[in-house]
Design a binder for this molecule. Structure first.
Ligand code: CO
Length: 209
């Protein structure tokens, strides 16, 4: 059997198993889109957010791209954010990076990969802004992991600087933006201690109100 036939086969088995266990499973799912959380993570194939957090379907609204970048003219990411905040009324936005991120590693290398190099430019910016700290880390793996953390921090700031988040705060919508990172080697998420919940926490240069 080829890979795609296997996928359809597995899907049919899975759907039947859910109905065996709970005949109302899919009926309930139809009315279950009420997540409390928007997850902005990396496209990495290994650990999807519902698995990492052991959350059932319906709990997490998800946007993923290479190296969890939030770019202020990316209409895809901004649309997900706007829908999550304004329509689904999530109260938490999590930007979650991961150690050993291939995107971050590529952004530190001098080897062209194609179009993706333009996307990873955002991470090269973060590298440049933190050049002194990063250059002081001799071990390349540790330096890459630190850049992955700094990238989360930068992308949390980018979320907070959007008109979407600032409008929500102005309306009094309780919304906190968090920075997390997980490790593929142990599956554990670390809270980077970045929690932004009001416009007072962002630099005045970015404030819209
Ligand atoms: Co990654």
């Amino acid at each position: 059997m080829n890979l795609l036939d296997e996928c359809f086969d597995a899907n049919r088995r899975w759907a039947a198993e859910q109905v065996d266990r709970d005949p109302t499973y899919f009926k309930r799912l139809e009315n279950l889109q009420s997540p409390d959380m928007l997850w902005i993570g990396c496209s990495d194939s290994r650990l999807p957010p519902n698995e990492l957090l052991a959350r059932p379907p319906g709990d997490i609204f998800v946007h993923r791209n290479v190296a969890n970048v939030v770019e202020h003219t990316d209409v895809n990411c901004l649309s997900v954010l706007q829908y999550a905040v304004d329509v689904l009324k999530v109260r938490h936005v999590i930007v979650c990076g991961h150690y050993g991120c291939g995107g971050v590693r590529a952004a530190m290398a001098t080897q062209p990969l194609g179009l993706i190099d333009n996307w990873l430019r955002h991470i090269r910016d973060v590298h440049l802004w933190n050049r002194a700290e990063l250059n002081a880390i001799a071990d390349l793996g540790k330096r890459t992991d630190r850049l992955a953390e700094l990238n989360v921090e930068a992308q949390v700031a980018n979320v907070c600087h959007t008109s979407i988040v600032q409008d929500a705060w102005r309306r009094g919508h309780p919304l906190t933006v968090h920075g997390w990172i997980y490790s593929i080697s142990d599956g554990l998420i670390r809270d980077l201690g970045i929690n932004v919940e009001s416009a007072e926490q962002i630099p005045p240069e970015y404030r819209l109100y």
